[in-house]
Design a protein around this ligand. Structure first.
Ligand code: ZN
Length: 226
């Protein structure tokens, strides 16, 4: 087997050509011009080792910071292409052809999160209702004072109104001050769990169904099992 590494002329992505099957890696424009279109050849050597060779004498390649023409390396070595020292992405090279990852366990994680988020929204609405109720009670007490005058019944009603308002406001305040903490913890746990099974990158606050419509992990490019 032979792998040719170089710069794709059109997209300036890294071209990893495994036995005539090119695969473009990375972002458009990410590979510097001093990486040749055919820069480096890689041949498997003894287990876990590779023989790498510059394909042209003008090409510059570094292994652990040392300029080489050809060398036997392993994935523990840092290989950089061209004077701009573009790092060779070992993960993309070692990944066996056609490897897929099963993302179906992420469905439950998303559903749980979505459910909790909904509960939080309902709770928040309840707090807001409580706040409006305290306003209504105060208004009723004022209305009573107009109708009934400032007699003993009014004083009694007013005391009840103020008492209830204070209790309700306190309860609403206590609960609403807990909500941001709970939401922060919930988001944190979600971000730790809703990750690519291969590279561990957080998949974003994105509905599982939308995620599944994609083809591959946007971070490590591994294809989803369909
Ligand atoms: Zn990934």
């Amino acid at each position: 087997m032979e792998i040719i590494i170089g710069r794709d002329q059109q997209t300036r992505k890294l071209c990893i050509n495994k036995e005539g099957k090119p695969f473009l890696y990375g972002k458009e424009g990410s590979v510097p011009m001093n990486v040749s279109r055919q820069h480096l050849a890689m041949h498997p050597n003894i287990k876990g080792k590779w023989l790498i060779k510059n394909l042209n004498e003008k090409n510059v390649t570094y292994v652990n910071g040392i300029n080489i023409e050809s060398k036997i390396v392993s994935e523990a070595d840092r290989i950089e292409l061209g004077e701009s020292r573009f790092p060779l992405p070992w993960a993309a090279i070692l990944e066996p052809e056609g490897e897929t990852v099963d993302i179906s366990p992420l469905k439950k994680i998303w559903d749980d999160y979505d459910e909790k988020r909904l509960q939080h929204q309902i709770a928040e609405r309840k707090f807001n209702t409580t706040r409006s109720i305290t306003g209504i009670i105060t208004m009723l007490a004022i209305s009573c004072s107009i109708i009934l005058g400032h007699g003993p019944i009014y004083i009694c009603l007013y005391a009840i109104a103020i008492g209830t308002s204070v209790i309700l406001t306190y309860q609403a305040y206590r609960k609403s001050s807990e909500v941001p903490n709970q939401q922060r913890d919930m988001n944190k746990i979600f971000q730790q769990r809703y990750v690519c099974p291969k590279c561990g990158h957080f998949m974003g606050f994105q509905d599982y169904e939308i995620l599944r419509q994609g083809d591959a992990c946007p971070f490590c490019r591994i294809k989803y099992k369909k």
